[in-house]
Design a protein around this ligand. Structure first.
Ligand SMILES: Nc1ncnc2c1ncn2[C@@H]1O[C@H](COP(=O)(O)OP(=O)(O)OP(=O)(O)O)[C@@H](O)[C@H]1O
Ligand SMILES: [Mg+2]
Length: 313
């Protein structure tokens, strides 16, 4: 039997270059998983909250809130995660307050550069292993991860700590966290890109880091905002001489030509991404919608459902 499909895993981390559609793809995956009967938690990482609004719900902040049936959201921040971690490890609020809210200790904690990442990741991974009534609290935890470099920085913290800190509670935490991240049965990374020069370059580089340095499984590639093919190559050629015609034909022909060139370039970048990444790929349409919200996310979810990663192109 092969590996479980993307949404059958317990933890899916969605990342890619800034602005390529990570939050949109995450929200769409959450809708699809919930529709399949899963209890889903979507975590944002210290973000300007996007997921709940994209699902048509008010922002959840650090509290875990239901955004839609089957989908909860939470925005994980370092301060709140630190507080939760402190309370969990030290158990007693008074001790927490004496230790963590002591000015000297706080200055010391700020000197450990990866501590915010550790506690935020710890909060997220704890949700993956949390149980309620003797079953997992969530069937699927989706992470709307930060863009490329910051995502790698976040995901690298456990392995970096395993290699540097002495045996003890911090090292034990780092160990189980790393174990979960590199387990291909439970965890996968989904890469998102646009069919454009720089986002594809960045996705290729990121893919190398996920495979190499992080040793994590890449489960899928989403190529977002793909323009459809409106003109055959012959038609595109015939648009050129029309560009000089009087309005409205001339401007319409120029707009058509621009679109045809964009679509042609996009298909080259898509082909380049497919060839370089060799991943189950899902191509999502460029949508013409004035307001980016739930209906756009629903349309993207429908496109994923119609041709999920790995189905024939
Ligand atoms: N398929 C699409 N068609 C048209 N526009 C899109 C598409 N996907 C995303 N967009 C546009 O791109 C914007 C950014 O999308 P989104 O917030 O999902 O990206 P992101 O990668 O999460 O960005 P950030 O790096 O800022 O978190 C959306 O608000 C929308 O305007
Ligand atoms: Mg986002």
């Amino acid at each position: 039997m092969g590996l479980p499909t993307l949404l059958e895993r317990r933890l899916v981390i969605v990342t890619g270059k800034g602005g390529v559609g990570k939050s949109t793809v995450t929200a769409a995956l959450a809708l699809l998983a919930a529709r399949a009967g899963k209890r889903v938690l979507v975590c944002e990482v210290n973000a300007q909250e996007r997921i709940a609004p994209l699902l048509g719900a008010p922002p959840s902040g650090y509290a875990t809130r239901q955004a839609r049936p089957g989908v909860h959201t939470v925005n994980v921040t370092p301060a709140e995660a630190m507080r939760e971690y402190g309370l969990q490890v030290l158990h007693f609020r008074t001790i927490y307050e004496a230790v963590f809210e002591n000015r000297v200790v706080r200055r010391f904690l700020r000197m450990i550069p990866s501590l915010p990442e550790l506690v935020m990741l710890g909060k997220i991974l704890n949700e993956v292993r949390a149980e309620e009534h003797e079953r997992p609290r969530w069937d699927l935890v989706l992470v709307d991860a930060p863009a490329t470099g910051h995502a790698v920085q976040l995901l690298r913290v456990p392995s970096a700590l395993v290699g540097t800190v002495p045996a003890g509670p911090l090292r034990r935490d780092a160990e189980w966290m790393e174990e979960l991240l590199v387990d291909p049965d439970r965890t996968a990374v989904a890469l998102v890109t646009l069919p454009e020069e720089m986002p594809v370059n960045e996705a290729i580089e990121l893919d190398g880091q996920v495979r190499g340095e992080l040793g994590m499984l890449r489960g899928a590639l989403f190529v977002n905002a793909m323009p459809d093919t409106r003109f055959s190559p012959e038609e595109a050629v015939r648009l050129a001489p029309l560009a000089a015609a009087a309005p409205p034909l001339g401007p319409a022909a120029r707009a058509g030509r621009l679109y045809a060139i964009h679509a042609e370039q996009a298909s080259r970048h898509l082909a380049r991404a497919r060839a370089a990444l060799d991943l189950p790929t899902c191509v999502l349409p460029l949508l013409a919608v004035p307001e980016w919200g739930l209906s756009a996310v629903e349309a993207i979810a429908a496109a994923i459902a119609a041709a999920p990663p790995g189905s024939a192109p």
